[in-house]
Write a protein that binds this ligand. Sequence first.
Ligand code: SF4
Ligand code: SF4
Length: 96
Amino acid sequence: MALEIIESCVNCWACQPLCPNDAIMAANPPEFPHFLIVADKCTECLGDYAEAQCASICPIEGAILNELGEALNPPGSLTGIPPARWAAAQAEIAAR
Ligand code: SF4
Ligand code: SF4
């Protein structure tokens, strides 16, 4: 049972000090270019906090996944922009 940080992480450091298990490793390019969660240290914060501390502060939608590969902060959850509206805006910009 562990969360995963993926490549969209922007290495902002916000999550790392909050982890109760010291499970988050800072990026160390070129070996690993973004922050990582050490799976055997991560408890998903169970027993310590009501919600995963890393995901609760992460500013990037989709950067932290659960074991099912689902984003803890899915598209639109932080920006408030509905995913369909975001996609439409991106398509409009790309067409310029
Ligand atoms: S879910 Fe909790 S224990 Fe796991 S990496 Fe995030 S802050 Fe650490
Ligand atoms: S808070 Fe999110 S973006 Fe920042 S280092 Fe952690 S996982 Fe990466």
